[in-house]
Each structure stands twice: as C-alpha cells, then as structure tokens.
Design a protein around this ligand. Structure first.
Ligand code: MN
Length: 475
C-alpha cells in the first residue's frame, strides 16, 4: 500500500530524577528490551524506535515537538516504568499533534515473591505510574489509546499493531488528495458535502478537473503499453468473452486498460490517490470506467462513483487502515427479507473493489443501461465472508458524521448467473431491520465502505482522533 513516508513510531519511557542514576539506567535497559521485543515479535508492521527516558518537563516538551516535526513518525508510545509526575507531561502533551498510545505494561509479568524488596518495588511501579500519567491525558482531553497487559503477550502486541494502523491512517488522511472528474450526479443529495470542511476536519484536498483533461491523458496512452497490460490481465484474471464476438470483446477490454493507464498517469502526475467520476459527464470517453477503476482500487486508490468525493476519500482512508485487504466501496442494492436469511446484497454498476473477491475475478463485457456509452469491461466476482465493518460519511448542517455498524459478511446462498457485476452480501450484527433503521435515522447514505480487515475499535479510535462524531450502531 503506497503511503507518503515509510512510517515508524517513537517510544518514550517516563520517570523522574529522584530515583538516581542506577535506577534510571535500569529503566532505560528495560525499555530497550521491550522495544526490541516488540520489533522482533513479528506482530507489528511498523518499527518502534526507543528515544529516551523522560524525567523533566523540558525534555518531554522537546521530544513531543520533535515528534510533530518528523514526517516519518506516525505516533508516540509512552510507558511509565516508574512514577513520572504528570505535571511534567502537560506542555509536551498539549503540543503533540500525533496519535498517542499509552502502553500500560510491566517488565515482568509476575511478582518475584521470593526476592522482591523495596528497591524492586520502587523500580517496577507502572501500576500507579500509569494512573498519574493517564490522569493528565484525560484532563487535557487527549484522544489517546490505552493498551493494557504484558508486552510479550500476543494479544497486547496485536492491539499495538491495530493502533499503528489507526495512526498511519490518521497521518495519511492529511495526504488524501481527491480528483473530481465531473460534478456530483444531478438531483442527488447524499453525495454532496463541504469540500473545505473535508479539508479542515479530515485533511482531504478535493479538486475539480474537467473531463476533457482526463480524456487527453487517456488518448495519449500507447497501444504498446496497452499490449503489455493486456498480457498482465490474462495472467491475473480469467478472460471470459461470453456472447461477445472476439473483436468487440478485445476492443472493450483494451479500451478499459487505456482508461486505467490514463487515469493512473493523470493521478500520479498530480499527486492524487483518490478520485470520483460521474456517468453523466463522460464526453470523449467510450466507456464508463469499470475495470479501469477496479484495477486502481486493487492498488489502494480510493474511488467514489456519481461524483461522490466523500466516498472516494473514505475508501482511501479505510483502505490504508485495513492495509488494502478486503476493503472498498460498497453500495446497498437488493434485499433478502426472508426470515432467517435477512441480508443486504451490495454491488455497484461496475466498480466493486476486487480486494473483496473470494474467487478469481472474471473480465466480462456486458451492456450498461445507464450512461449511454459502449458496453464496458468489468471484473465480476463473489465477495467474501467473515466479520466486517460497514461505514459511511454523511454531511449535515452541523458538519461531517461517520455512521457505521459491524456486519457478518456472507457469500450468496446461490449463484446469480444473470447478474454481470461483482456482489457482496452482509447482515448488520444488530439484525437487518434494526441496523438499517438505525443507519437511516443517523442519516447514513447508500455509498459506503465495507472492510473485512478493519475493526469497530479502530474506527472509534480514528473518529476520536479526527474529533468527528461516529454513530456506531452496535447494540
Ligand atoms: Mn452509486
């Protein structure tokens, strides 16, 4: 997954000068052992770097300012090995502009009954040091995350890893740049939003480009580049000509590859990692981009259909959060309302994210009633099953709001041989009727992002970091 810098995390251990040189040396050694242990656990995707034993307000303030300044530092992990008077943390914590994880752990996971003495107890006192420290985070309303438990436990390491992804997504949000080809679909309300507010609250840059500029980039792609891409396509996917005559099929697929390469060139040249288009504004393009969009989604680009820049940004954000695994744009389409089978079938005209596939996607060419363009090529596949989250971003008079619920993602009970698009089934964990009603009462729209890799907990942490309300429909 392409992100701006190669991110890492800084680790700082809190203490105070009262303990003396010898103790502080031990604190430092223990902290280094923990950091090495975390890095070697194989659980963390991003490295942790030990920085210092912080004993004074000055050193803490300097450390936090430095963490802000270094682009590759995605967040700060603090550990109170001993007691660290929290007034020392006030200024630095106020200045920190990056995600903060408070690791509440202890060097040993047990009490050494036979040998414990006063010295040992003074050195290993995270149990009260973490309370002193966290008090000030709470008083300052810092949206930190507490991970509690022994640092060698897999569960603890997995929680740190999950938070790392939240921190990366938060940092990357300020690098989300969305190109809008065309405006929003005529008459539609839910795809609208305030572009400046999106930048203020979420860090997203949202820019408009007239479609003819994209058309120029698409037309400039050489046949030779398309040849190479066609060969790659044959290796990765199943090419199914169906009822099309050979020439028409090949032309349709090659034209989507032309659109793919043109879009990619256009976005990369200008530093965009998300985009939206509108089927009402395609003058100069032969087909609505379908396969083209899906190939970009596979590489982690965000996408919103019908001019929906909010979903373009949100899909990029959640794809970063989920490491681009089983995550992408989804739209509520058709219902199964039979008792015991309740589910929503999600799909789209063409642009369903192929990271969701549980089978080998097929490249197919079929007519598309909407848009009045030539039959577009698209990837057709079946979605996946497992625990997932479903999330959207709505805009109201008082600003942005996330709406989400956890879902059971499912494989359809039966094949749908006449439906020439990818599909994903799911049921909200609170039940279809309860979930759908709560979703609509919260003003959640029909364009969303589904992820079978990100978790509800991560969404909550992310929303807290952005200070954007999350309506979490989970009980
Ligand atoms: Mn749609």
């Amino acid at each position: 997954m392409k992100t701006k810098p190669d991110y890492k995390f800084w680790f700082v251990v809190g203490s105070q000068p009262l303990y003396g040189e010898e103790t502080l040396r031990q604190v430092k050694e223990d902290a280094k052992t923990i950091v090495n242990g975390l890095n070697e656990s194989g659980k963390l995707q991003y490295p942790v770097e030990f920085k210092l034993v912080a004993t004074t307000a000055e050193s803490i303030t300097k450390f936090m300012k430095e963490a802000n300044y270094q682009d590759e530092v995605a967040g700060v992990i603090t550990w109170m090995h001993t007691f660290s008077p929290a007034k020392n943390w006030i200024r630095g914590t106020q200045l920190l502009q990056k995600p903060l994880l408070h690791l509440c752990t202890q060097f040993l996971n047990h009490i050494p009954f036979d040998s414990i003495d006063m010295d040992y107890m003074n050195l290993h006192q995270s149990a009260h040091g973490d309370r002193e420290y966290e008090y000030i985070n709470q008083r300052l309303h810092v949206p930190d995350t507490i991970v509690y438990g022994w640092w060698k436990d897999e569960k603890v390491q997995e929680q740190i890893a999950a938070w790392q992804h939240v921190a990366i997504a938060y940092n990357e949000s300020f690098h989300i740049r969305i190109a809008r080809f065309g405006d929003t679909m005529r008459d539609v309300a839910v795809t609208e939003g305030d572009k400046v507010a999106a930048q203020i609250k979420l860090g997203w840059t949202v820019d408009y480009y007239p479609i003819h500029e994209l058309v120029e980039a698409v037309n400039a792609i050489s046949e030779k580049d398309i040849d190479r891409q066609y060969e790659e396509l044959k290796e990765k996917f199943e090419l199914v000509e169906g009822d099309n005559d050979h020439e028409k099929y090949v032309h349709a697929v090659r034209y989507q590859l032309r659109e793919y390469l043109g879009l990619k060139q256009f976005l990369d040249d200008r530093g965009y990692n998300a985009f939206c288009d509108n089927f009402q504004d395609l003058a100069g393009l032969e087909q609505l981009p379908g396969l083209a969009v899906q190939l970009l989604q596979l590489q982690g680009y965000g996408f919103g259909p019908e001019g929906d820049f909010k979903t373009a940004g949100l899909s990029r954000l959640i794809k970063v959060l989920a490491d681009n695994k089983k995550t992408g744009l989804m739209e509520d389409y058709t219902l199964d309302l039979r008792q015991g089978h309740e589910a929503i079938m999600g799909s789209h005209m063409l642009e369903v994210d192929p990271t969701l596939a549980s089978d080998k996607p097929r490249v197919e060419v079929h007519p598309l009633g909407i848009g009045g363009k030539a039959d577009p090529a698209r990837l057709v596949f079946t979605g996946s099953q497992g625990d997932g989250i479903y999330i959207t971003l709505s805009y109201f008079d008082d600003g942005y709001k996330f709406v989400s619920y956890p879902v059971d993602a499912k494989i359809p009970e039966k094949e749908m041989p006449k439906l020439p698009t990818a599909k994903q089934m799911w049921t909200p964990k609170v039940g279809l009727a309860n979930g759908a009603k709560a979703w609509m009462y919260a003003g959640g729209g029909h364009h969303s992002v589904i992820s079978l890799n990100a978790t509800e907990e991560q969404l909550k942490e992310l929303a807290r970091l952005f200070k954007v309300e999350l309506v979490d429909i989970d009980s």
